[in-house]
Design a protein around this ligand. Structure first.
Ligand SMILES: *Cc1c(COP(=O)(O)O)cnc(C)c1O
Length: 405
């Protein structure tokens, strides 16, 4: 294979770990049975594998196996959680609280529900990317049925105060959902301690296969009601019909077990690689960190770079490093991401932004090479690029200067 760019886009997806792939392989052609076939050995083998995987996942988040419902990923889990609660609780109320910096797989189901007559409050976040628990408390009403706030942001990596939000929601008897796609296997998650009622998970952000995820659904204290969104054969206790996919399920559980077992050492390693990257980038002037400086995923760095065109920067870097600007889901739009907009720093929206997602297979040599390339490319662009400025850009540039001084 020819040399490919260094992969620093682990918030978009991660490669399947070889150890995960090895555990999946027998379930394609050998133990290929349908876990729903209860009358013969082929079905039992597959069923037993699914059962072990469900138990492992449940252990990993301090849940019980019955509280894990397999889905195709976090998008489906978010849809099942949000629409499922809306449909099950609409007689009690039709108000939902979420945050402006959520993933589109939370925001879009909310917008869809607005069309059906639900009311949604999209809370602003602070300039460091964190929601204020006080603001959530203030937004709760008699008819609020659901609060949905993500665990870790997919662009700026900030970690929301889950335990505080959980305590607030339980005190007010409102269902608390969190999208933990980026957090699973990266930070400790405990659905009891954090009082989480619904939690969306996915395998492919944590070195597992694409196309598999799960929703945790609390069964006790309180038992959360949910209306299924896929109807059919009644799998997953009727909450999610469709033949289960044992290779993906086995791989998902293995990926999560590995990530949890290696979490503390890996967090430390990634955190120091990330800090090394940030330190080297700071030889440039006019670069700023987006999101809280410490309350964030160890593998995340998101920066804004003044005085260069974002597209030109990514183009200049593409042979060295694979990374993204804003979120992968919105890079086709040449505009600042909704997450950066939600930080409410209008000056910075004129800057180029880069999202670095470091992962298990990155080394310090990768980091040095990428940092060097970013510094050289930014400096070259700043020198070579007296792009003609529109009046509004001129105004912005003068603001940038004020910001720097
Ligand atoms: C990746 C991601 C999703 C979507 O997950 P899929 O499993 O790809 O559907 C949802 N939310 C967040 C925060 C993500 O990072």
């Amino acid at each position: 294979m020819p040399d490919r760019p260094i992969y620093l886009d682990c918030h978009a997806t991660t490669p399947v770990d070889q150890r995960v792939l090895d555990t999946m392989m027998p379930y394609f052609s050998e133990y290929f049975g349908n876990p729903g076939s209860s009358l013969h050995q082929y079905g039992w083998e597959a069923e037993a594998a699914v059962k072990r995987s469900r138990e492992a996942l449940a252990r990993g988040i301090n849940a019980t196996p019955e509280e894990i419902i397999f889905t195709s990923g976090a998008t489906e889990a978010n849809n099942l959680a949000i629409k499922g609660v809306a449909e099950a609780y609409f007689n009690q109320g039709r108000h939902i609280v979420t945050a402006q910096s959520e993933h589109s797989a939370v925001l879009d189901p909310c917008r869809y529900l607005e069309k059906l007559g639900f009311e949604v409050t999209y809370l602003p976040v602070q300039s460091n990317g964190l929601v204020e628990v006080q603001a959530i408390a203030a937004a709760l009403r008699e008819d609020t049925i659901l609060v949905s706030v993500m665990a870790a942001n997919n662009e700026i990596g900030v970690l929301q105060p889950l335990a505080e939000i959980g305590a607030l929601c339980h005190g007010r008897r409102v269902v608390f959902h969190t999208d933990a796609a980026q957090a699973l296997g990266k930070i400790p998650l405990d659905v009891q301690a954090m009082k989480i009622d619904l939690m969306s998970m996915t395998a492919h952000k944590v070195y597992g296969p694409k196309g598999i995820g799960a929703l945790y659904i609390r069964r006790r204290q309180p038992r959360v009601q949910l209306a299924p969104q896929l109807h059919g054969g009644g799998q997953e206790r009727g909450l999610r019909s469709g033949t289960l996919y044992p290779p993906q399920i086995v791989g998902f559980a293995k990926a999560v077990e590995l990530a949890i077992a290696e979490m503390s050492a890996e967090s430390e390693r990634l955190g120091s690689l990330r800090d090394r990257l940030w330190q080297q980038l700071q030889t440039l002037s006019g670069i700023y960190l987006n999101g809280h400086s410490t309350q964030r995923l160890p593998g995340n760095l998101n920066i804004s770079v003044a005085g260069v065109d974002g597209r030109a920067l990514l183009l200049g870097l593409r042979s060295v490093v694979a990374l993204s600007s804003g979120s992968a889901c919105s890079t086709h739009k040449n505009e600042p991401s909704h997450v950066l907009k939600a930080l409410g720093q209008p000056d910075k929206l004129a800057y180029a932004s880069l999202r670095f997602g470091l992962g298990r297979f990155n080394t310090s040599a990768d980091i040095d090479q990428v940092a060097g390339a970013v510094v050289t490319t930014v400096e070259a662009l700043r020198q070579a690029q007296p792009t003609p400025m529109t009046p509004s850009e001129k105004k912005r540039t003068s603001k940038i200067k004020q910001f720097r001084s």
